[in-house]
Ligand binder design. Structure first.
Ligand code: ATP
Length: 270
């Protein structure tokens, strides 16, 4: 169960240069995670405690996981990922056990970055129903907080959590000494989309007529993940046509296809 629930990567192959349009967020993550590791005296001199945990919040597919991976990579740390939904278990005590295992695994692989995705699964505002399921989720969250309380002696472990549902979070997890550094990761604006297009077409053989600024305009409201799918889809059109270069019209076709799929299927999925 443990091996499945946790995903471990040594120095994930993602760097800051692979993340487009969220430079401020990159800087904030570096200040919160990298600086305490590399230059703890800075915090001492000013007389403040470095943040305990970082919470990234914002819409799906905007680069939250990438940010956590990049900071692990750039600090030569092991990246350990766990989905919050995995911590919601059937048997009493199982979730708490997994949390203990998670921190144990991290201490065996220091320096390490623990990344908990979908933190809302274990840290939502309490519902009214007093079912045993809720109590169990509550215990799992308490275990997480208690692991974080013991952080100072723990050494080089950073903890980053992410959620798409900030408004649902139990505010208890945001207190000082817990997830006390909040970083919002929004959908990219036009400039950001342009950069993300450039990043995701780096390895592609592009025709001269491909203009990133026009693409950015066409892909209004797209997240980074959606831009990535669009570029792949555009490449598929070129492949189908047996061409080696991807043209602007391929991107237009891809956009039409994706928008069509979108109206046909679940509008949230794309
Ligand atoms: P979720 O909330 O759904 O877990 P997320 O915010 O963690 O999403 P990521 O997993 O970081 O999103 O992004 C998914 C993929 O989308 C990435 O692997 C990357 O290819 C692309 N992507 C997302 N945001 C960006 C970005 N800002 N720059 C470049 N690529 C991006």
């Amino acid at each position: 169960v443990r091996a499945q629930a946790m995903q471990i990567e040594n120095r994930p192959a993602v760097g800051y240069a692979d993340i487009g349009g969220i430079d401020d967020q990159i800087r904030e993550v570096r200040e919160a995670v990298e600086m305490p590791l590399v230059d703890p005296e800075r915090f001492d001199t000013v007389g403040i405690e470095p943040p305990t945990g970082v919470l990234l919040h914002g819409p799906p597919g905007t680069g939250k996981t990438m940010l956590a991976k990049a900071v692990a990579n750039e600090t030569d740390a092991t990246f350990i990922k766990m989905a919050g939904s995995e911590l919601v278990r059937k048997f009493i005590g199982e979730g708490a056990r997994l949390v203990r295992d998670l921190f144990e695994l991290a201490s065996e692989h220091e320096p390490a970055v623990i990344f908990i995705d979908e933190i809302d699964a274990v840290a939502s505002k309490r519902t009214d129903s007093k079912t045993s399921g809720d109590a169990e989720v509550q215990r799992t969250m308490m275990q997480l907080l208690s692991e974080m309380d013991g952080f100072e002696e723990r050494g080089d472990i950073s903890i980053i959590a992410a959620t798409n549902r900030f408004d649902m979070l139990d505010r208890a997890i945001l207190r000082p000494g817990r997830f006390d550094r909040l970083i919002e990761v929004p959908k990219p604006g036009p400039d950001g989309r342009e950069k993300i297009f450039a990043i995701h077409t780096r390895g592609m053989n592009l025709d001269d007529d491909v203009a990133f600024d026009e693409l950015a305009e066409m892909a209004d409201e797209f997240s980074g993940a959606e831009i990535e799918s669009l570029t792949t889809e555009a490449g598929m059109f070129a492949v189908r046509d047996d061409r080696s270069e991807v043209r602007m019209s391929d991107f237009e076709d891809a956009l039409a296809k994706i928008t069509e799929d979108d109206t046909a299927a679940d509008p949230v999925a794309f």
